[in-house]
Design a protein around this ligand. Structure first.
Ligand code: DHB
Length: 311
């Protein structure tokens, strides 16, 4: 049994897409609906349509260890995703998550107001961690700005919502961020982690950066971020006892999903591997996780969620 609950909604299984992958257009989202994912989340929306950065802007790394991207928030504009949410079949068993990434607090307010007015059973996830818009620092690394944003957005959204976080690398940052999140009752989950920001991939032969935007700097994903992701999931799982954590980062097989749940994840998202393998990845990894649970004698995720042992 791979079923789980997030923000009060039931998912038939714990897997879905990491926001940004297979979720910009209705055609992408249809593939997610038809896949064996347990849910789906839309591409982070801005107030207006964005073309995003010049290509190449995403590449899997030749090392096989992951990917680099500097997409630059290409998206259809929030009204497109609001319209998708209005037409979504909520009886389909797959809850719908909507990612919002306004370029300013005022834009996040306007987008949240529009979704609140529509009063839909989808869950809003505010993205505090887009590293790829030139000139825009991410909110997740500015604790004061993040708390200010939550002071405005949490009462406006009223219903349960989540936030997408960048990876943190310092225990004091886990403590400070968690203390902020614990002030907001309707902030019911955090999604950890967004890409590890601003890596640089260089081709040995051509001596050139691999991607075009930002002099080749971009967010890292895939296997190389697994341990950072597990640490962030577990750090927030320990510090947010009344909230949930969605794990994302480094999933290539059922094994990494199992580790995310041991670290405390209530659901697990797949980015790089979904991008590379396509939506059949969900059927494969659900099966692999089922086999692991049978081999280890676990019947439900609850039996091992957050139960990582320490020495
Ligand atoms: C983009 C990347 C992110 O990591 C994110 O959270 C939002 C958008 C992007 O480059 O499109």
């Amino acid at each position: 049994d791979l079923s789980t609950k997030v923000a009060g909604l039931s998912l038939p299984n714990l897997l879905f897409n990491a926001s940004g992958v297979c979720c910009q257009t209705e055609a992408d989202l249809k593939l997610m609906i038809e896949s064996e994912s347990g849910s789906l989340i839309t591409k982070s929306a801005t107030y207006e349509y964005r073309e995003g950065n010049p290509s190449p802007r995403y590449l899997p790394l030749p090392s096989g260890l992951g990917s680099i991207n500097s997409m630059g928030l290409p998206n259809e504009g929030y009204e497109y995703y609001l319209n998708f949410a209005k037409n979504y079949d909520y009886s389909s068993k797959k809850p719908l998550f909507i990612s919002l990434s306004g370029l300013s607090l005022a834009d996040n307010v306007k987008m949240c107001e529009a979704f609140v007015a529509a009063d839909l059973p989808c869950v809003l996830e505010v993205n505090f961690s887009c590293p790829n818009v030139p000139g825009k620092p991410q909110l997740g690394y500015d604790m004061e700005a993040m708390e200010n944003a939550l002071n405005v957005l949490a009462p406006l959204i009223k219903k349960p919502f989540g936030v997408k976080l960048p990876p943190y690398f310092d225990i004091a940052h886990f403590d400070t961020a968690a203390a902020i999140f614990n002030k907001f009752d309707n902030l019911v989950y955090v999604t950890c982690i967004n890409s590890v920001g601003n890596g640089l991939a260089i081709d040995f032969e051509t001596e050139s950066a691999l991607i075009k935007p930002k002099d080749g700097f971009g967010g890292l994903g895939g296997l190389m971020v697994l341990n950072t992701a597990l640490a962030n999931v577990n750090a927030f799982y320990r510090r947010l006892p009344t909230k949930q954590v969605i794990g994302v980062g480094g999933v290539t097989s059922g094994k990494e999903v199992f580790l995310h749940v041991l670290a405390g994840a209530s659901a697990v998202q797949i980015g790089t591997t979904l991008k590379e393998e396509g939506p059949t990845v969900f059927a494969r990894i659900n099966k692999e996780l089922t086999d692991i649970m049978i081999a280890k004698g676990y019947k439900s995720l609850d039996e091992f969620r957050g139960k990582v042992k320490t020495l």
